[in-house]
Design a protein around this ligand. Sequence first.
Ligand code: NDP
Length: 340
Amino acid sequence: NKQVLFKDYVNGYPKESDMVVTSDFTIPLELSNNEDGLVLLKNLYLSCDPYMRGRMNKTSKGSYTSSFTPGLPISGYGVAKVLASTHLELSKGDLISGITNWEEYSLIKNPESLIKINDTDVPLSYYTGILGMAGLTAFAGFYEICLPKKGDTVFVSAASGAVGQLVGQFAKLSGCYVVGSAGSKEKVDLLKNNFGFDMAFNYKEEQDLNIALKRYFPDGIDIYFENVGGKMLDAVLCNMRVHGRIAVCGMISQYNLNQPEGINNLMLLILKRIRMEGFLVTDYHHLYPKFFEMILPLIREGKIKYVEDIVEGLENAPAALVGLFSGKNVGKQVVVVAHE
Ligand code: NDP
């Protein structure tokens, strides 16, 4: 059973060598005892997510999930097939999404997080992204926190990623003007030509982010969907309109810093009466049915696009995860362990 083990706690940027690929561990491919609540999984797709960096810290300072344990497999969202089960709600042959381990086969006890996949006419890998955590994050963050109205001006950072590409498309569906920032020409082209953003720019090529935002939002920003933090947030604050809304989804530019950058322009929250609200997708799981009702028809009718960056092979998972922090991924980062 090939596995990706977490080696040791990380300081600064994560490296591939912070994880180790082994095949030392064997797992019986059937359930031999009668213990209830066990599920034997064949892992198919794994999700690489920025929050996993927080789990590489020794203390989960400020993080909302527990740290990884050195010597044990990395765990995260994935899609898998049930090979055997003594759990009442899951049977052999079922496809599931939820928290699994970075290994070919997993034996999971009391799998509360595993959800049976019923809609299999869409790509299964989508359950790591648009139909998983990233999708619900975009949905809850945009509709519940940003409260969009037709004609609002919307800015999205890390806009070509797993969450950002959906926020931009939701904004268009709501009749908003939407601009995205991303870290390469390829990503900027994708935003404009594939996801329908009105405008997009490469933040790495801008000398002054404040000036860049003024170029795209001469009358200011009503809604900012925050994925990066740091200098971008400071520049956005200068460009928000009175009564603007900021959904603080993530601050990836800060995750690998020992000392987070300061924000200079927070006073503008008062002067402009801005509502800035952080949120965690885990508080919105009850919205999954409503979200699926909206998103599945849009996917089936081709009215929403979803770009994935698919890497083949469990042994390539460490590089894929690390790549999120240098913007190597174009779209949702997925690792294929097996194709069913
Ligand atoms: P992405 O697919 O967008 O991948 C991460 C991207 O972040 C990279 O591709 C890169 O894009 C960008 N990035 C990396 N480092 C920096 C940096 N220093 N400065 C600016 N941009 C950087 O990830 P997700 O869509 O999965 O996640 C987006 C955000 O949402 C993250 O902050 C994540 O933590 C957060 N999140 C929050 C959740 C919640 O419940 N609140 C749930 C899920 C995600 P580029 O090339 O454009 O720089």
